[in-house]
Write a protein that binds this ligand. Sequence first.
Ligand SMILES: NC(=O)c1ccc[n+]([C@@H]2O[C@H](COP(=O)([O-])OP(=O)(O)OC[C@H]3O[C@@H](n4cnc5c(N)ncnc54)[C@H](O)[C@@H]3O)[C@@H](O)[C@H]2O)c1
Length: 333
Amino acid sequence: MKITIIGGGSWGLGLGTVLSQNKHDVLVYDNAPKIVDKINQKHICLQLNESIPKTIKATNSVKEAVSFSDIILFVVPTKVLRSAINSVTDVLTSPKLFINAAKGIEPETFMRISEIFEEMVQPNYLRGFVTLSGPSHAEEVIKGMTTVITATSLNENHAKEVQELFHNSVNFRVYTSTDLKGVELAGALKNIFALASGLIAGKGLGDNARAALITRGLVEMKKIFQAEGANVQSLMSLPGIGDLIVTCTSKHSRNFQAGYKIGNGKDLEETLNAMTMVVEGIRTCEAAYHYGQKNNLDLPIISAIYDIVFNKMDPEKAYKELFEREKKNEYAI
Ligand SMILES: NC(=O)c1ccc[n+]([C@@H]2O[C@H](COP(=O)([O-])OP(=O)(O)OC[C@H]3O[C@@H](n4cnc5c(N)ncnc54)[C@H](O)[C@@H]3O)[C@@H](O)[C@H]2O)c1
């Protein structure tokens, strides 16, 4: 099969490597010329400084990329998603199956990525929408290390189509799911707790604190799931607890790395400016915090991260406030 990838960064080329190893033809579009040059001339992922298969080609022309195939995989940071979709819809002339591998929620609207696609792509050009999610750091996928993820679509046949593209029996296993809302929410929200996990590690807290954070983070995710009418059961999945664990514990997580530096006393803005790759947890935290306020949800960890990031609260103070909250039953709402 031929597959177009929009976004030739870490995750775009991680997934491109899997597709290429599965003998598909991959053409990458990236709006940064140096990314395109590195792919075509050096066969390298610039962000990770890792080799990629020589069969992966790249172009600066969105028109060429879109006409290359009927399957378009988006892997751009959610901050630029709308402009990337716009550049593609401008040159669409036939229906495509859209796949998304980015993880985030739009802060201004609390829209999930599938909702943004539905709003922006004309129905006659939107053959289907599938999201790819699960515990998967590009750093490992690009090296061919064992990874298991889930292809999710409201249309199970579309999920199976994407499973077929990515799955292999060596190192990349793909499940299917139809719980699009749950998978998209979980994939986005976990990044907030990765930031928090990095923060507490940077502050010198240990594994006990991290395990507590993951568990209580899951409780906050559950509250948002319930308010949104998402299936809480789907937190028990690769895109749910699986992704939450990997992102809160792995050195590869950019959200964890950013949190770690802030916890270690580094300036927030300096930290974010120095990151060459996207830290989705910041935007998702903004989205989740305002959602919680609007819906009267008690989300203490999300609120603490919001205060640290957006109100410049000293992490020490945020930590103290979390611990000074009233004593509770673990199952209290
Ligand atoms: N890196 C990972 O391990 C990983 C794993 C799972 C999910 N994700 C998610 O994937 C998304 C992308 O992350 P990443 O790590 O690949 O980011 P990245 O910063 O490594 O790469 C993003 C790429 O998108 C390109 N880009 C930006 N705007 C564009 C546009 N309008 N058109 C075309 N290309 C454009 C950039 O030039 C860059 O090469 C994020 O939402 C992230 O959370 C990442």
